[in-house]
Ligand binder design. Structure first.
Ligand SMILES: Cc1cc2nc3c(=O)[nH]c(=O)nc-3n(C[C@H](O)[C@H](O)[C@H](O)COP(=O)(O)OP(=O)(O)OC[C@H]3O[C@@H](n4cnc5c(N)ncnc54)[C@H](O)[C@@H]3O)c2cc1C
Length: 424
């Protein structure tokens, strides 16, 4: 018989939503365990906090736009959590990163007051509320003459394409390719980031790049300024090149996203929470309308985790937690919870225009106003598992993950009282 492990709360998923919800619960005194099949979209996404970039036009002031969105779309996650919680979650996030394991590294930007726009790898200007300090100097309004640096060894980052598109947007940008000696196995931003952790390698990189620069006052690099001390690497490179330097998010693997994962998982550990990776949750044990325990399957055996509260932070279609089967029926795979926002049978699920709103985008686990899943009194839902948003179109994914996770921990606190009561 399987030994049953008991916690005050079990969180399913280790993306931004799961790690934030678990950390907040642990900081409130709960004994928390995070179960995750693997890491979440941190390792793929840019590592910025995009709260609301488009609604549907480009948003300059996310705060008022968010209030309008909430008023016009009562089922949207921002309407359920409220603008005040979004603001509190952003404040908590900034403080958590600052107190984290990477010295000097932080998130900066206009937050809800004034969204900034930062170059993407394709040379588009992406709206973000908060960005890592290593991206800050790329804010479009501050850019003067700009040099985009890349290396042919990084096959997914083309400085000439990035610079040409920025130039088309009115930014004085040119491309500078620089040769880097990389092993084949290192030929991605993660491999280069590991090199940037070495001050000697950084010095050689700057010595090679400096003669190629002209009168530009800004240098943009693919996001690869190290994993251990990116702030120190940024300061060092800026000093050696004598100009402002900034990172540009790249295709996966995402170095800023990996830093973010490191910061959030370390905050969870510091608060006393436990994180179990490689633990796929395959089912739940129900009693009436409550989940008593969930079962993980790993290395050929099952393990049972019981708790009075469960947080479903397992993501949406991208993570596989919600799937569309061969009959085009959508289902939540872990607990079989009802979904909302799935287009009715016969209606289109997708439209051919990639950048248009996809009809299936707003599908997610059906919840009430307090983010409790319909049909499961003690399961709360946060992040990309929630219905009602079009995060890719709105540029709102990380803002929703952060704010809804923050809110979920508040709701558990309100409903359970103290964690001791929750387990009684
Ligand atoms: C490639 C990519 C680019 C993105 N770009 C942006 C962007 O530019 N701006 C923006 O705001 N947002 C972006 N996002 C979206 C944003 O990253 C996510 O919406 C947001 O972080 C929500 O994360 P989450 O924690 O809810 O889910 P996820 O990060 O998807 O995490 C889900 C977690 O659940 C776990 N899980 C799933 N099923 C199970 C199971 N059965 N058992 C145990 N664990 C399970 C997974 O292993 C994972 O740990 C992007 C996402 C991707 C994938």
């Amino acid at each position: 018989m399987n030994r049953e492990l008991h916690y005050d709360a079990v969180v399913i998923g280790a993306g931004v939503a799961g790690l934030v919800a678990a950390t907040r619960l642990a900081q409130g005194g709960a004994r928390v365990c995070v179960l995750a099949r693997g890491v979440g979209s941190t390792h793929l996404a840019p590592g910025t906090v995009d709260v609301l970039g488009y609604a549907p036009d480009a948003v300059r002031e996310p705060g008022p736009a968010l209030e309008q969105l909430a008023a016009s779309q009562p089922g949207h996650p921002y309407a359920l959590v409220g603008a005040g919680v979004v603001a509190d979650a952003l404040d908590w996030f900034v403080a958590t990163v600052q107190a984290g394991p990477l010295p000097g590294y932080g998130y900066v930007g206009g937050g809800l007051e004034l969204g900034g726009r930062y170059p993407s790898a394709l040379g588009a200007l992406r709206p973000s509320a908060l960005v890592p300090v290593t991206m800050a100097a790329g804010e479009a309004q501050q850019l003067g003459r700009l040099c985009i640096v890349g290396t042919p060894a990084l096959r997914d980052f083309h400085p000439s394409l990035c610079a040409a598109n920025l130039a088309a947007a009115g930014i004085d940008a040119r491309a500078v390719p620089v040769e880097l000696e990389l092993d084949r196995a290192d030929a991605n931003t993660l491999g280069v980031a590991r090199r940037f952790d070495d001050p000697g390698w950084r010095a050689r990189f700057c010595a090679r790049l400096a003669p190629l620069l002209g009168g530009e006052d800004h240098v943009g690099l693919p996001a690869m300024l190290g994993l251990r001390d990116p702030f120190g690497a940024l300061a060092d490179v800026e000093q050696r090149l004598g100009r402002r330097v900034f990172e540009i998010p790249t295709l996966p693997p995402s170095v800023p996203g990996m830093r973010l994962y490191e910061i959030l998982s370390s905050a969870l550990r510091a608060a006393g929470g436990r994180l179990v990776l490689g633990a796929e949750v395959v089912s739940g044990r129900w009693s009436g309308g409550r989940v008593e325990a969930v079962v993980t399957r790993a290395a050929g055996h099952d393990r049972v985790y019981a708790a009075p509260w469960f947080v479903l932070a397992s993501g949406g279609f991208a993570s596989g937690a919600i799937e569309l089967d061969s009959h085009w029926t959508a289902r939540e795979r872990i607990l079989g919870l009802p979904l909302r926002g799935v287009p009715p049978a016969g209606e289109p699920r997708f439209v051919p225009e990639y950048a248009s709103e996809q009809p299936l985008a707003r599908a997610g686990v059906a919840v009430g106003g307090d983010l409790r899943a319909e049909g499961a009194d003690n399961v709360l839902v946060c992040g990309a598992a929630l219905p009602g948003a079009a995060p890719w179109r709105e540029h709102s994914g990380e803002g929703i993950a952060l704010a809804s996770a923050f809110r979920v921990a508040q709701v558990v606190g309100e409903l359970a009282g103290s964690p001791a009561e929750a387990t009684a």
